[in-house]
Each structure stands twice: as structure tokens, then as C-alpha cells.
Write a protein that binds this ligand. Structure first.
Ligand code: PEP
Length: 253
């Protein structure tokens, strides 16, 4: 069975003290481990401190929001997968639409990041999703299929089973405009069909596919009830302890 995952992507928000306070507030709301897995994807300078807060808490884990596509070297200001692993990150978001858009990250760079993350034992949370113009032309499935083919489908079946996919329609990220539960289910089912064709039906069933895009405490229960939605990648709503905790509680059993 694939795991159910709720991951909070803080983006460029929270100082060290603010971040620790938020994590403490979320943890305080859970006496028992959550039903699925909760991941905090925090800015680089907060990784170690947040990791320390999560270390004794089963069901809670730590992610980075990006990594560089080279192993090491003269890349001022960049962060390598080895550095992330050394401070306790278990997951790394790769290919977020903001990275693709503002930092012009290419399919090829993303493929290299995925390879490097897997080689160091980190789980990539690989983001894909179509802009509004593509959705309006009804080309969303083929657009996202291309993103997967270009950056993931070179992987062996064993490596593919170690990847988490996040479907995030670009028009829904940070806009307050969520995909309907039906739109999310349609795309997630289409992604699973692609995985089944490229790998095998069994592998397709093992890979978690998260939904992201203005997911909040109100719409999470509906989205999470969809059979191919295995959790959420949550931006804005992960910055408030009460709301993020409500989304965690909406995990499907
Ligand atoms: C995201 O950044 O991955 C995201 C889904 O953001 P938001 O929830 O704010 O739309």
C-alpha cells in the first residue's frame, strides 16, 4: 500500500524562531502519530533545528525545498544533496513550478536532481503541473505526461518506486483557485495510467501522488477522498498551525 502524505511547503517564509514555534504548535496538537506521514519542507537555514524537533516524533519528517543538480563545486549560494542529507533531510522537493518559472529549471536539470537525491537516499517529491493556458486548451494530461517523461521516466523501476509525485496545476498555486476534486482525480488517475504503461500496474499502485494548489482545511477532505489522491503538498495553509493540523486530520484512512 502506498503511504498517505501531507507535506507543508513553507517557501521563503519563517525565521528560525517563527519556524520552530510553528512546528511546536503543530506537534502539540498530535498526542498520537498521525494516520499517514507529515513532512515539513522548510528553508535551508531552518533544516537542522526543525529536524531536531521532529526527531523523536514518529510520522513527522523533514524535507528541503530544492537542491542543486551538481554534486559539489564552485556554485556560490547553492546547496548540494549531500549537505541536505548531512543535516537530516529525508525528502527534497524537485521541480516546483516556482523553480521552473523563476529560476528557469530545465527538464534535464530536474532529472539530474532526481538522480542525485535518489543516489544519496533522499526521496524526491517531484512536482508537475500545467499552466492555465494549457488547461484551457484541454492539453493538461499530455503536458504533464511530458514533464514526467523528460525528468522521471529514465529511472529504473526500483528507483521510480522511491519517488513521490506532486500534481500541482500552476493556475491553482497560491491563487485561492483549487482544482475540483474531480479535476484532481482525473489527472491523478491519468498519471497512474502513464506509470503503469511505462513501468507496471503494480509500480503505479505503489507511487504516492499528492495534490497541490490552494489546498486548505475546507477543501482537503473532499480532495483526499479521491481514490488516486494520496495526500497534499500544501503552501500557504501550512504556515498556520491550526489550519495545517486540520489538513493533517483530513488524511484518508
Ligand atoms: C505549493 O507551493 O506547492 C502550493 C501548493 O502552494 P499553495 O498551497 O499556497 O497554493
Amino acid at each position: 500500500m502506498r503511504p498517505f502524505i501531507v507535506a507543508g511547503n513553507w517557501k521563503m517564509n519563517k525565521t528560525l524562531e517563527e519556524g520552530k514555534a510553528l512546528v511546536r504548535e503543530v506537534l502539540a496538537r498530535f498526542d498520537q502519530p498521525p494516520y499517514g506521514l507529515v513532512v515539513f519542507a522548510v528553508p535551508f537555514p531552518l533544516l537542522q533545528a526543525v529536524g531536531a524537533l521532529l526527531s523523536e516524533r514518529p510520522g513527522f519528517s523533514l524535507a528541503a525545498q530544492n537542491c542543486h543538480h551538481e554534486e559539489k563545486g564552485a556554485y556560490t549560494g547553492e546547496v548540494s544533496v549531500d549537505m541536505l542529507a548531512s543535516v537530516g533531510a529525508k525528502y527534497v522537493i524537485i521541480g516546483h513550478s516556482e523553480r521552473r518559472q523563476y529560476f528557469r529549471e530545465s527538464h534535464e536539470q530536474l532529472a539530474r536532481k532526481v538522480n542525485l537525491a535518489l543516489s544519496r537516499g533522499l526521496t524526491p517529491i517531484f512536482c508537475c503541473g500545467e499552466p492555465l493556458s494549457v488547461r484551457e486548451r484541454n492539453n493538461h494530461v499530455s503536458y504533464v505526461a511530458r514533464q514526467l517523461r523528460a525528468s522521471l521516466f529514465h529511472l529504473s523501476e526500483a528507483d521510480m518506486c522511491r519517488v513521490v509525485i506532486a500534481y500541482e496545476p500552476v493556475w491553482a498555486i497560491g491563487t485561492g483557485k483549487t482544482a475540483t476534486a474531480d479535476q484532481a482525480q482525473e489527472m491523478h488517475a491519468a498519471l497512474r495510467t502513464l506509470l503503469a504503461r511505462r513501468y507496471s500496474p503494480n509500480t503505479a499502485q505503489l507511487i504516492p501522488i499528492l495534490y497541490g494548489g490552494s489546498c486548505n482545511a475546507q477543501n482537503a477532505p473532499d480532495l483526499f477522498q479521491q481514490p488516486d489522491v494520496d495526500g497534499g503538498l500544501i503552501g500557504g495553509a501550512s504556515l498556520k498551525a491550526e489550519e495545517f493540523s486540520a489538513i493533517i486530520r483530513a488524511m484518508r484512512f
